[in-house]
Design a protein around this ligand. Structure first.
Ligand SMILES: [Zn+2]
Ligand SMILES: [Zn+2]
Length: 502
């Protein structure tokens, strides 16, 4: 049995969640966690509200409201949407004014200072006097100095790099469009350059998706810039260093995950010793689910911050995702081109949305949610095919679940076992490939149905393997068809079904 700490990048609480969020880290992390628990592993899945985000300040100005109140309202909505989509997060921390959060940020900050990974220096900062805002993130935009695309000066959505506003072209104030004036200020920096060797080693040992590896290799060559981690006059947490400004939210993510886990075990579960068991054990695997544009912080900065701390992890896994489009266009809440999670799962079965979204998961490249295609699939596959298979399996009801297996299908079982082991492994996880396997098994069962051959074992396999994606549907099938899911899973996990002889 292994231990996993699983994290989801905190969404900015400036609105509810749409299907792009679901197809991104939320559903994948939920499926991953359920799949590991199915195998008997110990998991804790955490996330939190990104209350110190620079964009919260801007939303507050736009709406003439207190950003904290906006954050609270949206966090309520986000939690309901996640619940409606069957996303079971063990703990969702509120980071605003949270002592666990603050303690963890300060600990990692001071650790970094002691390790000489964090240092301070003077640098110019962009300020718009007319609007009285600083252009570090939400209030400055220009062309990314890495890829040339339009970006803020924090994280580029296009190339995932951390742009430097000093080198960005056409960099202006987001509110009034004028050029900023440049004011010299002292800031804290994370030293990336001196950690390149360690990061390369870490990357060599890590299983990360191809595009993430390419990103990290690009970032580390030839000499990376150090990372500014404090800001003046912007959102962030006061770390008791007014001369340096406040720590920005991207710096605080690793601390956020530690704090969320600590609050979960200390307050919710009243078992602080489990926090120690998860975070201080050398064999715990830390698994991050994140958007590709959060790769810099999670792939470069957090490994450095954690390496020097008592939370150091030998094994870390990063699962990034690209963007989901809607009917061929980028999702945009400001242009009202989005579908809210709560609307979609209210109109259709939650599990049908989960399965379809898993099939579409934009893991290594963008994918497109076309509403009419989903509606057709929902009716033809999810409702009709699965229902007719359930009825057929109900009538077949063999004494042992593998009884209908044909002599020439034994090889198929081996293949299913190998594919399932690979796609649910923490080293090569893919919710998309798991969903594809499940759908293929249902389609195979359907071909058996048309040929009037036994199909029970295929329905049993599809519904058990698919349970992390479609928990409710699988439970219903198991009940109606008297499938002993514990037995099927046990046979699968221990591969004992491979010994089954006809
Ligand atoms: Zn870029
Ligand atoms: Zn301005």
């Amino acid at each position: 049995m292994s231990k996993f700490i699983i994290t989801i990048t905190p969404p900015t609480p400036n609105g509810d969640l749409h299907i792009g969020h679901l197809a991104g880290p939320f559903l994948s992390a939920d499926i991953f966690t359920r799949a590991q628990r199915q195998k008997g592993h110990d998991c804790v899945l955490v996330s939190y509200s990104d209350d110190y985000q620079s964009y919260m300040l801007r939303r507050g100005l736009e709406q003439g409201r207190d950003p904290v109140a906006i954050g609270e309202d949206n966090t309520r909505k986000i939690k309901i949407s996640l619940q409606m989509a069957g996303i079971e997060i063990d703990h969702w921390m509120t980071s605003q004014d949270n002592s666990y959060f603050r303690d963890a940020v300060l600990e990692l900050y001071h650790q970094g200072v002691n390790d000489r990974n964090i240092y301070q220096k003077n640098a110019l900062a962009p300020y718009c006097r007319a609007c009285n805002v600083w252009g570090y993130e939400a209030f400055g935009r220009g062309q990314c100095n890495h890829c040339g695309q339009n970006s803020d000066a924090s994280q580029c959505e296009e190339c995932a790099g951390a742009p430097n506003y000093l080198y960005m072209k056409n960099f202006t104030c987001k509110l009034c469009g004028a050029e900023h004036e440049w004011i010299e200020k002292e800031h804290a920096y994370l030293n990336i350059g001196k950690n390149v060797y360690k990061l390369r080693q870490w990357l060599g040992d890590s299983a990360v998706r191809r595009n993430s590896r390419a990103f990290a290799e690009r970032e580390l060559a030839p000499t990376p810039e150090d990372w500014q981690i404090t800001r003046h006059g912007d959102a962030g947490l006061d770390i008791g260093q007014p001369a340096l400004g406040k720590a920005h939210t991207w710096f605080m993510g690793a601390a956020g995950y530690i704090a969320a886990t600590r609050e979960h075990f200390t307050v919710n579960r009243q078992t602080p010793e489990l926090f120690d068991a998860f975070w201080y054990a050398d064999d715990t695997t830390l698994v991050h689910f994140l958007g590709y544009d959060c790769l810099y912080s999670h792939g470069i900065a957090y490994p450095i911050l954690l390496a020097g701390s008592r939370y150091a992890k030998k094994t870390q896994r990063l699962y990034t995702n690209m963007f989901l489009k809607l009917n061929g266009l980028n999702l945009s809440t400001s242009r009202n081109h989005a579908i809210w999670i709560r609307d979609l799962v209210s109109d259709y079965d939650t599990d049908s949305v989960r399965l379809y979204m898993a099939l579409l998961a934009p893991e290594e490249q963008e994918s497109d949610f076309v509403e009419t295609q989903f509606v057709d699939w929902h009716q033809a596959f999810y409702q009709q095919k699965i229902e007719s298979l359930t009825v057929a399996a109900m009538h077949e009801a063999p004494a042992f679940w593998l009884d209908g297996l044909q002599r020439d299908e034994h090889k198929l079982l081996c293949e299913v076992y190998n594919r399932w082991s690979t796609v649910t492994s923490a080293d090569s996880f893919s919710s998309r490939k798991l969903a594809q396997l499940v759908v293929e098994l249902y389609e195979m069962a359907h071909a058996r149905l048309l040929a009037q051959r036994p199909l029970y074992y295929l329905v049993a396999l599809a519904s058990c393997i698919g349970a992390p994606i479609t928990p409710t549907l699988s439970r219903q099938i198991h009940k109606r068809c008297a499938i002993n899911s514990a037995l099927v899973l046990d046979n699968l996990i221990n591969a004992t079904f491979l010994d089954y002889s006809i």
